[in-house]
Each structure stands twice: as structure tokens, then as C-alpha cells.
Design a protein around this ligand. Structure first.
Ligand SMILES: Nc1ncnc2c1ncn2[C@@H]1O[C@H](COP(=O)(O)OP(=O)(O)O)[C@@H](O)[C@H]1O
Ligand SMILES: [Mg+2]
Length: 197
């Protein structure tokens, strides 16, 4: 059976939303255990992550591990002018407020916002992925716009892009568009996919 992009997005979103609390917890725990062993995580000091929403795999244990190791954690913040993201420092106990998509963001003055290029590692949520590193997001293209500078970079590429997902979000092959920015890796509760470029 073939799906349109919209149908596939709705289908996988409903699949991940119907995971039980116990499955979500197990996946989150395995994800964290797998990621903290990775060189790309261990060597990174400036790491952007996200707060789980809509059944996304929950990286909060990783955030806590990164704090414990003295790494600087950032969360994405919607630019009020462009449909793109900046990243703001996130510390234990920071107050959050809901953005226009009802996703919590730290309260932080624009002088502290940084761009993706200043990060070492960017951990991205996604709706669907394939083993080639193609990513389907929620349909807003926010990460694609934020990372569009990588389209013209072959060698000096920063940050490392790691999509985080449940294994059930993997599909055989995603259709891609010229603006889509592929991921370097995808980490699930089961394994790390290193994508071929
Ligand atoms: N670099 C970009 N510049 C301008 N528009 C973009 C860019 N990247 C994505 N978009 C727009 O964002 C929209 C959503 O992108 P899409 O890749 O379908 O969503 P998602 O990546 O969230 O699944 C597209 O219609 C596209 O026109
Ligand atoms: Mg896209």
C-alpha cells in the first residue's frame, strides 16, 4: 500500500501516540543508554535537544546526563520573524513557556540565542525516517530552513545531526524534496543508523 506524505505523517504520528507509557519509558531508557556511549555525544559540548511531544521518543534522561557531565544543553526556540529555529541555553529548573505550537520553550532574551552552526550536536525529533537519513518532520519545514546552509557545505559540516525516533517510525524509503536536509545518524531504542552520503 502506498501513502501520500500527509497520510504517512498521520499514520506514524498515531502509531507513536498509541505506544503505552511503559513502552515509551523503555524506549527512552534504551535510547539514553545507547546515546551516551557514542563518540559524537561524548565529544560534544554544545548539544541541542527537544522536549518530547506528540509521542516522540523522550530524551529527558539524556538531557540530565548531559547536565551531569557539564555539557551545555540548548532547546530550540521559534524565531518570531522567520519560520526557523534558534537555540537557547537550558538548565535544570529553568522556567518554560508555551510557544504558538503549545511546545514549552525556555524564557530567554534574544541576546542569548545561538544559531545551529554554533552547536556541536543537534538531536532532532522526527515523524518518519529511512536508512538513507531522510527525515519527515511535522510538516512545517522548520529544521530544513534552520539547516539550509548545510546544502552548500560538503566538508565543514556542523553540527552533527542525529534524529531520535522509535523503531516504528522507520519506513522503507521517504520521498524527498530539494529543501530537505538529511540526517547524519538516526538513533532508536534498538540501534544507531549511520546514513550513507
Ligand atoms: N530552506 C527552505 N527555504 C524556504 N522554505 C522551505 C525551506 N525548507 C523547507 N521549506 C518549506 O517548508 C515546507 C515544509 O517542509 P517539509 O520538508 O514538507 O516539512 P518537514 O521537514 O517538517 O516534514 C515546504 O513547503 C517548503 O516549502
Ligand atoms: Mg523536510
Amino acid at each position: 500500500m502506498t501513502y501520500t506524505t500527509g497520510e504517512l505523517r498521520r499514520f506514524i504520528r498515531s502509531q507513536r501516540q498509541s505506544l503505552s507509557t511503559q513502552q515509551q519509558h523503555q524506549h527512552a531508557q534504551s535510547l539514553c543508554q545507547n546515546l551516551i556511549k557514542e563518540k559524537n555525544y561524548r565529544n560534544s559540548r554544545h548539544i541541542a535537544c527537544y522536549l518530547a511531544n506528540d509521542g516522540e521518543i523522550d530524551p529527558h534522561q539524556l538531557i540530565e546526563h548531559a547536565w551531569f557531565c557539564g555539557k551545555q544543553v540548548y532547546l530550540p526556540i521559534l524565531s518570531p520573524l522567520k519560520k526557523a529555529l534558534y537555540f537557547v541555553p537550558y538548565h535544570a529548573g529553568d522556567k518554560l513557556k508555551l510557544n504558538r505550537f503549545n511546545i514549552p520553550e525556555p524564557i530567554c532574551s534574544p541576546s542569548q540565542w545561538i544559531t545551529a552552526q554554533q552547536l556541536d550536536l543537534l538531536l532532532l525529533p522526527l515523524v518518519a525516517f529511512d536508512e538513507q537519513g531522510n527525515r519527515m518532520g511535522m510538516g512545517g519545514g522548520f529544521y530544513d530552513r534552520t539547516l539550509s546552509y548545510l546544502q552548500h557545505r560538503r566538508y565543514w559540516r556542523k553540527p552533527v545531526l542525529v534524529g531520535l525516533a522509535h523503531e516504528i517510525q522507520k519506513v522503507e524509503r521517504l520521498d524527498t524534496q530539494s529543501w530537505d536536509i538529511p540526517l547524519d545518524y538516526i538513533m532508536t531504542e534498538k540501534q544507531l543508523y549511520h546514513t550513507q552520503k
